[in-house]
Design a protein around this ligand. Sequence first.
Ligand code: HEM
Length: 475
Amino acid sequence: LLILKSYISTSKSHKNQPPSPPKLPLIGNLHQLGSGTHRVLRSMAQTYGPLMLIHIGTVPVIVASSVDTAREIMKTHDKIFSNRPFLNIASRLFYDTKDIAFAQYGEYWRQVKSISILHLLSNKRVQSYQQVREDEVARMIKKIQATNESVVDLSELLISLTNNVICKVALGRTYEGMRVNYKNMPVRIGDMLGRFSVGSYIPWLGWVDRLSGLHREADELAKEIDEFYEGVIAEHENKKEISVEGHDLVDILLEVQRDNSTGFRLERYTIKAIIMDVFGAGTDTTFTSLEWAISELLRNPRAMKELQQEARKIGQGRSMIPEDDISKMPYLKAVLKEALRLHPPAPLLVPHESTKDVKLLGYDIPSGTQVMINAWAIARDPSIWEDPEEFRPERFLNTPTDYKGTHFEFIPFGAGRRLCPGISFAMTINELALANLVYKFEFALIGEEGLDMTESNGITVHRKFPILVTSTPYE
Ligand code: HEM
């Protein structure tokens, strides 16, 4: 009876729904999604159109796969689609969604987002971390030099780089050697977020998540991370005794909490949830996009050569390219954009949800409908991009097309109210790191087979296998 009830309730038709692939009772289209969801959804959209309705379990989800549908959702009707759906695992990890990325749209979300932008992510703040970035990139280069031309795990170095920069500016120092392996924390958060929770999509089967151990695993990870954050906050509260240098995000958040100057009461769980976003939404995505950019360069020697020439012209034999010279490197910026086009780290962005009934391109979308935007498919749409599957950084030279949420054909950071606030934070790290890696070294892949580009599964799609290379210093 329950199965029948769920089938009837999910198949109740609304006035004029978008086209839908046939679905099974109870699980809807779940069985079709599997791995590489962005790829599966693109092929479904080729049959059912750029705005289609699928069912994940009993939950109706509209999927936008074209520039026009993305623009309608994130510009024309942005306010209506700015909510987030309730996601079981995110709620367990992100302090009951008291963070920014998973918070319900409303006053609380507005306050925490603007506090984070003001104190961590604004252009002015990001500029002030220049020294941290330059030190960490120099450290990474020394580590590669120390390998003496033997095999280097570039992926490992890139995740350390991003983690260290983020730790230093957000937490005041790095936490190497802690009981918590904080270095792989962002990846573990990303992997956990990518796990399928039956309860999120077939609510009355929520007990399956308990039985399968998913809730326990999520709670254990949340507890481990919470203990780490508690330690970090306590260290900041007792700062005088242990003298941590500088003024970092945790200091500032504690200050805002003490002063209560914004009129918004900053609870301890909010502070931890904001830090969680910095790790959960910031680290994994940043290092992943750099990893994909280097992968594409290794597979495309012509582009690698072009970038090396640009870097070496700018570097002029100095020990490093300083950040102030990055603005003179248009090809570098084009390479990073092209890598984000082919490999947006969050190919389906973060799910949105409507808060009102709305008409979208003539279709009726009821309030509470989940929305996925296939940024990956849009960025490979052959009606917009010439040779879309090819890595051709030149396409971004001499064009205003940017990733800041106004060009809907290229939205790796989303758009509208939910636009990623960490764009310049991420891109300044990636630009400096990539410029110096190609300036200082010649890289060669290990083995004859070329680079395996298999993607991992999850909300953030990274490389399944690390990049292993040998490096020769450039004289
Ligand atoms: C290349 C690196 C990055 C990529 C590709 C990326 C991508 C994204 C995407 C696709 C979204 C969801 C947009 C939407 O829902 O429409 C997002 C949201 C977010 N990102 Fe990023 N991000 C990156 C780096 C960062 C960094 C470095 C931080 C912070 C340190 C950060 C913090 C956030 C936060 C807090 C949100 C939630 C915004 C909201 O819901 O209002 N991201 N990001």
